[in-house]
Design a protein. Structure first.
Length: 241
């Protein structure tokens, strides 16, 4: 029996602000893999609802899934109705509704299929980020990495990032507000009724508090190469038997 391509899908999980996206993007480039941020797909659907003036009524949202057909490029960019909308996916209007949109089971089913189709297109050579992605979408994968850091550390990182890009216009980034928001999001993830976030027992846990991006990526890359070599070795031995 051939190897299931999902076994080598790399899943990066972790709470908000832990660095999943930057880690996954960098790792994908290093390995020559495709990259997908599941959160952007939910945001793309939220944008789709906004653009077509569809209210958050379950029956109408469900119908809107029929006309939602995004194309995800290898670098994770999202094409919607022929246009690259990646830069629009963190707009305020999208952010305000994406949590409600992503909590609907029928929306999650659609996004899960998009992730599966994406992984098939690249024959499993993909790095995907998202909460509970391994358990919900890729239960066969052996390559799960759970990035962890205390809320205070994550809040300071996000505060620093926002200060670096703040141009003096609008509200100045506030550390305390960011920390409160992260803790609220953490609690929501843990208690979410639809696939609550939980560390997969096969996941490699990486505490990122004392590591920079390169060190995190290097550690994951070594684990990936070791696990893939182990899987291939087991397959060869089984074939010989």
């Amino acid at each position: 029996m051939g190897q299931n391509i999902s076994e080598n899908v790399i899943v990066i999980e972790g709470h908000s602000g832990v660095g999943k996206t930057s880690t996954a993007q960098t790792l994908a480039v290093e390995l020559g893999y495709a990259f997908l941020d599941s959160g952007l797909v939910y945001r793309a659907f939220s944008l789709h609802l906004i653009r077509h003036d569809i209210p958050l009524v379950p029956k109408l949202v469900y119908r809107a899934l029929d006309s939602f057909d995004p194309y995800i490029k290898k670098d994770g960019s999202v094409i919607l109705e022929g246009h690259d909308v990646t830069s629009l996916l963190h707009d305020r209007q999208v952010t305000e509704i994406v949590s409600s949109v992503s909590s609907a089971q029928f929306v999650r089913k659609k996004v899960n299929k998009i992730m599966l189709d994406f992984s098939s297109r690249y024959e499993g050579q993909v790095v995907i980020t998202g909460r509970s992605t391994a358990a919900e979408v890729f239960p066969e994968t052996r390559l799960i990495f759970d990035l962890q850091a205390d809320a205070e550390v994550r809040a300071m990182r996000r505060f620093t990032q926002r200060m670096e890009t703040w141009n003096g216009e609008g509200m100045e980034p506030n550390y305390d507000e960011i920390l409160v928001a992260l803790r609220k999001r953490d609690l929501s993830d843990i208690n979410k009724p639809v696939m609550p976030m939980a560390t997969n027992e096969q996941a490699v846990i990486i505490n990122t508090e004392e590591l920079d991006l390169k060190e995190v990526v290097d550690q994951i890359s070594k684990e990936v190469r070791l696990k893939i070599a182990t899987i291939e070795g087991v397959m060869r031995r089984n074939k010989e038997l």
